[in-house]
Ligand binder design. Sequence first.
Ligand SMILES: Cc1cc2nc3c(=O)[nH]c(=O)nc-3n(C[C@H](O)[C@H](O)[C@H](O)COP(=O)(O)OP(=O)(O)OC[C@H]3O[C@@H](n4cnc5c(N)ncnc54)[C@H](O)[C@@H]3O)c2cc1C
Length: 456
Amino acid sequence: MYDVLIIGAGPGGIYSAYELMKLAPDLRVLVVDAGHALEKRHCPIDGVKVKSCVNCASCSIMQGFGGAGAFSDGKYNITNDFGGTLYEYIGREKALELMRYVDEINMAHGGAGTKMYTTAGSHLKKVCMQNHLQLLNASVRHLGTDINYVVLKNLYGEMKDRVDFRFDTKIQKLARTPEGCYRAEFEGGSEEARQCIISVGRSGSSWMQRVCTELQIPTKSNRVDLGVRVELPAEIFSSITDELYESKIVYRTRKFEDNVRTFCMNPRGIVVNENTNGIITVNGHSFEDESRKTENTNFALLVSKHFSEPFNDSNSYGESIARLSNMLGGGVIVQRFGDLERGRRSTVKRIQECTVHPTLRATPGDLSLVLPKRILDGIIEMIYALDRIAPGTANDDTLLYGVEVKFYNMEVEISERLETKYPGLFVIGDGSGVTHSLSHASASGVFVAREIAGKN
Ligand SMILES: Cc1cc2nc3c(=O)[nH]c(=O)nc-3n(C[C@H](O)[C@H](O)[C@H](O)COP(=O)(O)OP(=O)(O)OC[C@H]3O[C@@H](n4cnc5c(N)ncnc54)[C@H](O)[C@@H]3O)c2cc1C
């Protein structure tokens, strides 16, 4: 019998285990993850021998120690303006305090020396306003994919002898015992604990849904973000990225009054494939290491789609659009902005002649055959709006990769303690639908650990 069982070793699970180890060292804690230990996580797609997803038993990009964040760009945004709504549960000040605390842990485990950027006092705020754009407030710690890995490795090193870890173990069923404890069943066995923290992230969303149905925990799901990843010469965005690194800029379209926003900016980074349940979408990375920097900057432009009655499966809608791009392009599609504007597909020749050299090998095609008109119109409007603050954005050779989809987990009904209606059963991180980022997921982990230790 464990005192605390943590399901999922992503940022939510890691920081709850870390805080429990510090605050309540006498508690027996077990962390179980469906994916591999950190050093064993390798995606077989190398672009040469293996070009597309081979559906591994566990996806090394999304699962294992470090969760979906392990090979991410490691951008920890300290803000309540985006990245989740944790503040609605625990309060704005508390949420920020915990995000800063997570930053301190990261600095103590290999992150020292990385840069913290902030929008506070930035003249770009005014420039954005003057051009119908809104720059959201944030401080961002950029670890980079490489340092992020080092931090995870060091955290594991510190915890491994004081917390039990079990990898390659997918929890199949979670049950509440007559004694009010929690029993997690997996292939070949089960474990019981007095309290349970579920932190299964995006990859565990359908499992989470099943648990909620079985335990009759209410949920709701009505949002998906759709759009493209933009890639252009780094110089065009350097006045913004040099100062802020990552900026979240929102534009309200004139035509439909939809909000389009920038997301996950990667100065001098690379565009990458992302695999969600076998569907290939696009994402981006960047590195702290100078030798791995490229000549391009990339970022996503996303439009949120909210649905109302009778439709309530927003993620399936996003998946269907992504599947369409996979059907037409065999994976991700790339198109020059000039080709999109002229209503023609990009071809291999046009991409070869392009002055922007793509960092991801994608199929030249036509995104207007994939994305709904309203979303595409909004993206085009925003590219012109960005062109006013970063001239050159609306260049013909700017590359658009599609589709980028940001899936949201359904929201699980939890209290201000992040606890379900069952005492001792907590749901945190992206799997709760409350957070959508490294910093918020990590902060939710610390919060719940302190609740369990009685130290909040
Ligand atoms: C490519 C990429 C780049 C990103 N970049 C950034 C960034 O720069 N900044 C940012 O803020 N966010 C970024 N994100 C998002 C960020 O990674 C997530 O918000 C964060 O990892 C969520 O943490 P989590 O602990 O809630 O879930 P996750 O990190 O998803 O971890 C969940 C874990 O639970 C495990 N699991 C799931 N189901 C089960 C089960 N049934 N049994 C056992 N284990 C299970 C999974 O194997 C996984 O390891 C990025 C995401 C991706 C994919």
